[in-house]
Design a protein around this ligand. Structure first.
Ligand code: ADP
Length: 390
């Protein structure tokens, strides 16, 4: 039986999954190596999503992505000794202007992706390190890239550009948008379960540690809250979200910060963590009675509501809202705070359905359907890698 391995290498984590190849790939196991470079831990879940393993990695495996991948593969091989990996699908953050579809990772393609490192310096190198490691481990498997930017390549010019001199647009300074694999999954799920809504005007809120929203027309991305980098738009666990560029000038000129310090501030010390001074994690903030935790949650939901209005305007109206991601799928409180008082735009929530994390949480009277759908980026990658493997 042929199998597909999925790798999603982040800056300090590695998500992975083993799938049976087929028209609709079946997950045999999914896993995560967390805190690479520190006290790394490996966890594994079975096909039913139940935990099979939690393991502290020894220092030689915890040190870097190569070690983490070896540890992950050793577990997979021990549990699925007969797996025949014919394709490895990789999540690649940046596909630049040119990559709108999954593509086989030839040496030429890898060189093109390497050239995009300056556009995503914190993520692209890790993604490509995962590719190198997988090529060494599975020299006979097809290596396939799936891009977080690809779903947004359908943006019209007004949503692709900044109002800078043209030369910057030509150099690639554009609004790429991210979380594309998640939006791709949600678009496909909606097409299956509610084709009429899929054909209409939909705002998807992907709310996890990273958070963004996407306005879709007939299942394709028209606008996204993330732009040139994964910093823009909504506040996130540790990222600032939208910022007046004048703040950057102030930090440079008045506070004397250099680029690495600003990068550290905006990517790792801002967002929910920065505002609350407590945690990046929504569960911790929801459980806290600290007023700063409350303000961080209020800022988060305020920005989501603002973007919802903006995206609805970009779409010329609204037929459905979909919540997804760890917060979107699980936090009734956040969904309530986003949707409360939105009758003017046609949103009426059924509070019982919302409290139960039901699939449909809008009331029968609501003109706009509000849904909660679990995203599955790994499945999107497994499908694409399996298809390209033939
Ligand atoms: P990532 O972007 O790393 O994939 P996730 O999509 O897993 O992140 O989302 C993680 C976020 O989801 C965390 O802030 C976590 O607290 C939040 N979350 C998970 N479950 C709940 C819950 N039951 N209530 C509120 N927030 C939750």
């Amino acid at each position: 039986m042929a199998h597909v391995l999925v790798l999603n290498a982040g800056s300090s984590s590695l998500k992975f999954g083993l799938f049976v190849k087929g028209d609709e790939p079946q997950a045999l196991a999914t896993g995560l190596v967390d805190r690479i470079g520190g006290a790394a831990q490996l966890s594994l879940r079975n096909a039913a999503g139940e935990r099979m393993l939690d393991l502290d990695l020894p220092p030689d495996q915890a040190r870097d992505h190569h070690g983490a991948l070896h540890a992950a593969l050793a577990e997979i091989e021990a549990r699925f000794p007969d797996a025949q990996v014919v394709a490895v699908g990789h999540r690649i953050v940046h596909g630049g202007r040119d990559f709108a579809d999954p593509v086989e990772l030839t040496l030429d393609v890898i060189a093109q992706l390497q050239a995009l490192v300056p556009f995503a310096p914190l993520h692209q190198p890790h993604n490509l390190a995962g590719v190198q490691a997988a090529m060494a481990e599975f020299p006979h498997a097809r290596q396939v890239a799936c891009f977080d930017t690809a779903f947004h390549r359908s943006h019209p010019f007004v949503n692709d550009t900044f109002a800078l001199p043209r030369a910057y647009y030509d150099k690639g300074v554009r609004r790429y948008g991210f979380h594309g694999l998640s939006y791709d999954y949600i678009s496909g799920a909606l097409r299956q379960m509610a084709p009429t809504l899929h054909a209409g005007r939909v705002v998807v809120a992907h709310l996890g540690n990273g958070a963004s929203m996407c306005g879709m027309l007939a299942g394709r991305s028209l606008a996204s809250t993330m732009g040139f980098s994964a910093l823009d738009g909504l506040p996130m666990g540790t990222r600032s979200g939208q910022l007046d560029p004048g703040v950057l000038l102030y930090l440079l000129e008045q506070e004397g910060m250099d680029a690495p310090e600003i990068s550290d501030l905006l990517y790792k010390r801002s967002g929910l963590l920065g505002l609350s001074g407590l945690s990046h994690d929504m569960r911790t903030l929801e459980a806290s009675d600290d007023p700063h935790a409350r303000q961080a949650i209020d800022y988060f939901t305020f920005r989501i509501r603002r973007e919802l209005g903006g995206l609805a305007a970009a779409l010329d109206g609204l037929d459905a809202v979909v919540f997804t991601g760890g917060i979107g799928e699980n936090s009734a409180r956040i969904r309530h705070a986003v949707c409360a008082g939105m009758g003017w735009i046609g949103i009426e929530i059924d509070e019982d359905a919302n409290a139960q994390n039901a699939t449909v949480i809008s009331s029968d009277l609501s003109r706009v359907r509000v849904l909660v759908l679990a995203t599955n980026e790994e499945l999107v990658i497994a499908r694409a890698a399996g298809n390209l493997a033939g």
